[in-house]
Every structure is written in structure tokens, then in C-alpha cells.
Design a protein around this ligand. Structure first.
Ligand SMILES: [Zn+2]
Length: 234
């Protein structure tokens, strides 16, 4: 058998390996497993984000506590000053009232912000709870499926091993440069060898010029002008 026909025999085995590999990748169990894994990762990311948001809220609450304390002191001092040194004219009364109003407004704004943050923090807690529940569910589903998957994989892996061994056996008599050419073509066209049927490449169904057909018939190594597959007459 010439190199091209040995390569053809090898390709049959190689196709079987590829088919099984693809079916392992496409396995519904595996795809579900990936889905649960993604879901779990997603929940963990959400959890981390919420933790940092809660921590920012706590920082802000601390700062607001200080601001509230300071504003209360300002108000207190203002009242003390008014008692010890009452305003002497309407301009001073106005000034006092303006200050008092400004401090009061600040107090109200800070208190509202505190309230809002407490409410947000409460929402976050509920969300965190939901996220934790979802993460735990994804994890347990993942673990259950992993057992099924491992069984399935174990079975397919041994099947794959024997297919690979068969392909390796058929690869043995093939010269290095032929195998390299095969692999090179496989990067763009799968499978890399195509039968010539009349003047048609069976890889892409395009008709080839008679000069090309003649070369293939003469046993020359010819690639299809359209799909780049190595042409063979079997
Ligand atoms: Zn072709």
C-alpha cells in the first residue's frame, strides 16, 4: 500500500477518535456540569461584590455617625451662645436663624442617608441570603452530576484509549512528511483527505480540471484547488 492509501486508512481511524472526542465534549451531562459550575462561580462573584458593598456602607455609616455628632455639637454650641450672648439686632437674629437652619438641614440630610443605607443594607442581607442558597444548590447539583459524569467519562475514556491506540497503530507505517502534511491540512479542512469521484472532490463537491484529475490518477500528491484536501482514488 502506498503512503497515500496508508494515510487514507489512518484517516478512518482518526475520524473515529475525533467523533468520540466531540461526543464527549457535547455530552449533555458535561454541559450541565459546566452550567452549574458557571452558576456557582457567578454566585461567588456576586457574594464578593455584595461583601465589598456592605463594607463600603459600613464605612459610610461610621462617617455619618461622626458627622451627626459634629452637627449636634454645632447646634448645641449655637444655642449655648444664644443664651449667653443673645442677638442684639435683627441682623444677628437672622444670622442665628440661618445657622440653626443650616445645621438642622445637615442633620436631616445625614439622618435620611443613614436610614437609606440601613434599608439598603437590609436588602443586601436578603440578597446575600438568596445568593448563598443559589450557590449551595449549584454546588450540590454539581457534585451529584460529577459522579454521573465521572462514570460516563471513565467508560468513554477507555473507549477513546482503544480508538487512539488503533489510530496510532495505523500511523506507524506512515512517513513523517506525509503525516505532517495531513496535520497541516487538518487545520483548515476536516477530514484532510478526500476521495476523487469522477472529476469531483468529495470533500467540497467541486469539479476539478482534467489535468488535475490525470495527476491524481497517476498517483501524484495533489490538493484540491478549492478546499485544499489531499485527493485520493480509492
Ligand atoms: Zn475539494
Amino acid at each position: 500500500m502506498d503512503q497515500l492509501h496508508l494515510l487514507w486508512e489512518f484517516q478512518k481511524a482518526d475520524v473515529e477518535v475525533d467523533k468520540l472526542e466531540a461526543s464527549i465534549r457535547r455530552s449533555p451531562v458535561r454541559q450541565k456540569l459546566v452550567k452549574y459550575k458557571d452558576l456557582y462561580t457567578e454566585q461567588q462573584t456576586a457574594m464578593k461584590r455584595m461583601e465589598s458593598e456592605v463594607s463600603a456602607m459600613q464605612d459610610r455609616l461610621e462617617a455619618l455617625k461622626d458627622a451627626l455628632k459634629m452637627t449636634n455639637e454645632q447646634l448645641h454650641n449655637l444655642h449655648a451662645k444664644m443664651e449667653s450672648d443673645p442677638p442684639k439686632n435683627s441682623a444677628e437674629v437672622q444670622q442665628f436663624m440661618n445657622d440653626a437652619k443650616r445645621f438642622q438641614n445637615n442633620l436631616t440630610a445625614y439622618e435620611q442617608e443613614v436610614k437609606r443605607i440601613r434599608k439598603d443594607a437590609g436588602d443586601r442581607e436578603r440578597q446575600q441570603h438568596d445568593v448563598r442558597v443559589r450557590a449551595a444548590k449549584a454546588k450540590s447539583e454539581f457534585e451529584k452530576l460529577k459522579l454521573v459524569y465521572d462514570d460516563e467519562k471513565h467508560e468513554k475514556d477507555s473507549e477513546l484509549d482503544s480508538l487512539r491506540a488503533a489510530a496510532a497503530e495505523k500511523a506507524k507505517p506512515i512517513e513523517k512528511e506525509f503525516m505532517e502534511r495531513y496535520k497541516e491540512i487538518k487545520r483548515h479542512s476536516v477530514p484532510p483527505l478526500a476521495m476523487l469521484n469522477g472529476d469531483q472532490c468529495q470533500g467540497c463537491n467541486m469539479s476539478l480540471p482534467s489535468s488535475v484529475v490525470r495527476k491524481v490518477k497517476a498517483g501524484e500528491l495533489v490538493e484540491c484547488e478549492t478546499c485544499g484536501r489531499l485527493l485520493i482514488i480509492v
